[in-house]
Design a protein around this ligand. Structure first.
Ligand SMILES: Nc1ncnc2c1ncn2[C@@H]1O[C@H](COP(=O)(O)OP(=O)(O)OP(=O)(O)O)[C@@H](O)[C@H]1O
Ligand SMILES: [Mg+2]
Length: 331
């Protein structure tokens, strides 16, 4: 969704850095989210997701840079009831029922939704009279979701909302989420899984070590990292000349006696490869989304070791290439 002229972005990070002593949790992040977007914040453990969320909610101050919600300081938006949040480390309050807790939180907002409607949306209508401290981890997570929803906020920020949910609960959760975004809400959620991000967000922001490494639709990110793999027997320890520049190829490596080409277009790569040489033991597969994500966020010396063509302009340096490509081709 585009930002209308004169309309402040829902979330705006300008060159945000957050340091905890020697640890730089967020490293020069620039982000803008518009109204109605459904954004996944994707990254590995320690990538800086929760820290970014804490900054958005005004729970932490940036070391440098600016954070704005709806064109003003985060605290103003939060106190004005425009933001609902579900944090990673919620401790349930004792001796209070689910209905009481959600109603109590709702009463702090200017125009809360009816509690019964919220409990239904969160799939916990049947738990309304249960005491919060008696609930299971997954049930508590749904209560947290109800708490985030009850104020009828414009922006929902959810830190790993499905972490404790079983498969069915996950599906129900995302169904409720879609119902909400259909009402024009902006939703930002964090996750470790590209698959989950791809299925439930229309924009994916990938961060690694506090830095933005990709920003685009799921399809754009998958295209950038290349989910295809073309493998064949290696003759020696280096990929044959020319394979790194075949159509679609992002990286070429030799491991365990096999040449492996990671590619955005396995069909085109295979056809061109057969025109170049006679590959033995040819195998063409789709790499999983999660593998593609790991490639994107791997260390510079990560799983796919660069080799292949000597042309320095060829983008065959795998993780760095995926990153550069992501930066170049995505938003
Ligand atoms: N209060 C804090 N004090 C010191 N270091 C912190 C603090 N909060 C976060 N960090 C560090 O900042 C980095 C980013 O942490 P953060 O919690 O934002 O990661 P995350 O992406 O949410 O990870 P996870 O997927 O495990 O939840 C980590 O190295 C973490 O150890
Ligand atoms: Mg976290």
């Amino acid at each position: 969704m585009t930002i209308q002229r004169g309309e402040a972005p829902v979330v705006a990070f300008g060159g945000v850095v957050k340091e905890y002593g020697a640890v730089r949790a967020v490293d020069h992040l620039d982000l803008r989210f518009a109204a109605g977007e459904r954004v996944a914040l994707l990254g590995r453990n320690g990538a800086g997701k929760s820290t970014s969320i804490a900054l958005m909610l005004g729970l932490e101050e940036p070391t440098s840079g600016t954070v704005e919600l709806f064109g003003g300081p985060p605290r103003r938006a939060v106190e004005g009831g425009r933001v609902g949040a579900m944090l990673q480390d919620f401790t349930p309050v004792s001796r209070i029922t689910v209905r009481e807790l959600v109603g109590f939180v709702g009463s702090a907002y200017p125009a809360p939704l009816p509690v019964a409607e919220v409990l239904d949306l969160a799939g916990i209508g049947h738990l309304a009279g249960r005491r919060v401290e008696k609930l299971s981890g997954g049930q508590i997570q749904r209560v947290c979701f109800a708490v985030a929803l009850v104020g009828d906020p414009d922006l929902l920020i959810l830190d790993e909302p499905t972490a404790a949910l079983d498969v069915q609960a996950r599906q129900e959760f995302w169904t409720s989420m879609r119902a909400l975004t259909d009402r024009g809400k902006t939703v930002l959620f964090s996750t470790h899984y590209l698959e989950e991000a791809d299925r439930n967000a229309d924009r994916i922001v990938v961060i690694d070590r506090g830095r933005l490494i990709a920003d685009g639709t799921g399809a754009e990110i998958k295209r950038t990292v290349g989910t295809g793999l073309v493998a064949f027997d290696a003759v020696d320890g280096t990929p044959p000349d020319g394979v790194g520049t075949l159509p679609g190829v992002l990286s070429a490596e030799v491991a365990d006696g096999r040449v492996r080409l990671r590619t955005t277009d396995p069909d085109a790569t295979t056809v061109a490869l057969v025109g170049l040489l006679t590959p033995r033991g040819l195998e063409v597969t789709q790499a999983g989304l999660e593998e593609a994500f790991l490639t994107l966020t791997s260390e510079p010396s990560g799983p796919a070791v660069p080799s292949g063509p000597s042309d320095p302009s060829d983008p065959s340096e795998p993780s760095a290439t995926a990153v550069a490509a992501a930066k170049g081709t995505l938003r």
